[in-house]
Design a protein around this ligand. Sequence first.
Ligand code: SF4
Length: 210
Amino acid sequence: MSALNPTMTIRRQMRESNGGANGSIEDWLSRTGLPDPDRIADALPHRLSGGQRQRVLIAMAMMARPKVLIADEPTTALDVTMQAQILDLLRDLAREQQTAILFVTHDLSVAASLADRVLVLYAGRIVEMGRIQDVIQNAAHPYSAGLLAARFDLDSDRQRPLPTLPPERRPTINTENACAYATRCPIVQPDCTAIRPRLEPASVHGGVVA
Ligand code: SF4
């Protein structure tokens, strides 16, 4: 939302970032579902809503025809309806342009709606990796299971508080020789603070888990 330059029109920013290659600016704006692309192209960013600005940025990124698009929490500031529309748009454009998306999120439900494969990271390290549906249905790592348990949906029991992790305590262990999750893990064992777990094939799905 703040990635656009507030002093430049959308047209000028798109031209500057792409040099006018790969099709017209209006064409790309309209492909992202923006109505009246002429008016949007000549507008300054503050004239556009949050969802429109997000679409402009997606148009700007896709216009360069990237092989890989890194989308870092691209829907966090949007309401759920707009979030669903932006996810649909990213999915459609990626298929159409044969672009791979590396989607960074803390929300496994969002990941499930878009991704084929998921890498769960804790403290900067991969703790589980596999096909998204496998991990959602059979999470092998306690942190993945914790993230999934903290999801809220329409079927959730409203009287039950969402489970949360105990506060992070650091630096109490040397994570070079220990599991970084050991201070919060509900099933921690003595060995967990003596050996750093490596990724191994998971027994409950076709991916890997630490
Ligand atoms: S603390 Fe032990 S049981 Fe818990 S995730 Fe780390 S290695 Fe696995």
